[in-house]
Design a protein around this ligand. Structure first.
Ligand SMILES: [Zn+2]
Ligand SMILES: [Zn+2]
Length: 206
C-alpha cells in the first residue's frame, strides 16, 4: 500500500521531485496544483531531490503523538482507516513546533560519509533506488564485494546509496554500515579463505 505523499512537486527539467514545498531549489513557490503522487513521479523517471529538508508524515488532527520518518511504517498503515489523512512536515518542525515524538516503529534515516561531509538517506530512498536498478546476478558478481539485499535483488552497496541520494559514499565501509542500520541484509562476496577470515582489504579498511 502506498500512502499519500503530500507536497510532492515535480521538476521534470531537473528530473527531480521535491518532498519539501520549502525546498530552496524549487524555482517557483510550490502550489497545490503542482502536486503529484510518488507513483506518478517514479513513472515519469523523476528521482528525489537531495536538497529537500527531511520530511516526515504526521496524522491530520490533534490526536497525534508521533511523526513517522518511514512512509511504509506499519503503525501508519494499521491506523490508516482511523484518521482522516496525513500531511508531510519538515522533521524539525514536527519535533519542535508540533511537539511530536519520533515513532518507535519507524526505521529512522541514517547518515554516511561522503566527500566533504555526510549524507542522510532513508530506507524508502534505498528501496526506490533498488526497484529501478538492475540487481547483480551470476555474471556481474565479482570485484565489488559488499552487497545489500533490497527488494528481491542484490545491489552493490556503494552504487545503491549513490542511486538513492545522488551522493556517492566515501567508502564501501560507510555504505554497508548505513544500509545495515536501515535494516537491509548486507553480505560479502568472498571467494577465498583470506576474504572469509579477514574480509576484502578494499572494503574492510576504515
Ligand atoms: Zn528539493
Ligand atoms: Zn512510524
Amino acid at each position: 500500500m502506498s500512502l499519500p505523499f503530500i507536497h510532492l512537486h515535480p521538476d521534470p527539467a531537473a528530473k527531480l521531485y521535491h518532498q519539501d514545498p520549502g525546498c530552496p531549489t524549487l524555482s517557483t513557490p510550490a502550489t497545490d496544483d503542482q502536486r503529484i503522487s510518488r507513483d506518478d513521479a517514479e513513472a515519469a523517471g523523476l528521482t528525489p531531490c537531495a536538497a529537500c529538508r527531511p520530511m516526515v508524515l504526521v496524522r491530520v488532527g490533534t490526536r497525534r503523538v508521533a511523526f513517522h520518518s518511514d512512509h511504509a511504517c506499519a503503525d501508519l498503515q494499521s491506523r490508516e482507516t482511523k484518521c482522516i489523512g496525513y500531511e508531510a512536515r519538515p522533521r524539525a518542525e514536527a519535533a519542535a513546533a508540533l511537539k511530536l515524538k519520533p515513532c518507535a516503529r519507524c526505521v529512522p534515516p541514517v547518515t554516511y560519509a561522503v566527500r566533504g561531509g555526510r549524507q542522510e538517506v532513508t530506507r524508502e530512498q534505498v528501496e526506490i533506488a533498488a526497484a529501478r536498478s538492475i540487481p547483480a546476478h551470476g555474471t556481474t558478481l565479482g570485484q565489488p564485494v559488499w552487497y545489500a539485499l533490497a527488494g528481491s535483488g542484490l545491489h552493490w552497496v556503494v552504487t545503491l546509496l549513490e542511486d538513492a541520494t545522488g551522493k556517492r559514499p566515501a567508502t564501501a565501509t560507510t555504505a554497508r554500515l548505513a544500509l545495515a542500520e536501515l535494516g537491509f541484509p548486507v553480505m560479502c562476496w568472498a571467494w577465498n579463505r583470506d576474504f572469509l577470515e579477514r574480509g576484502h582489504p578494499w572494503n574492510t579498511a576504515t
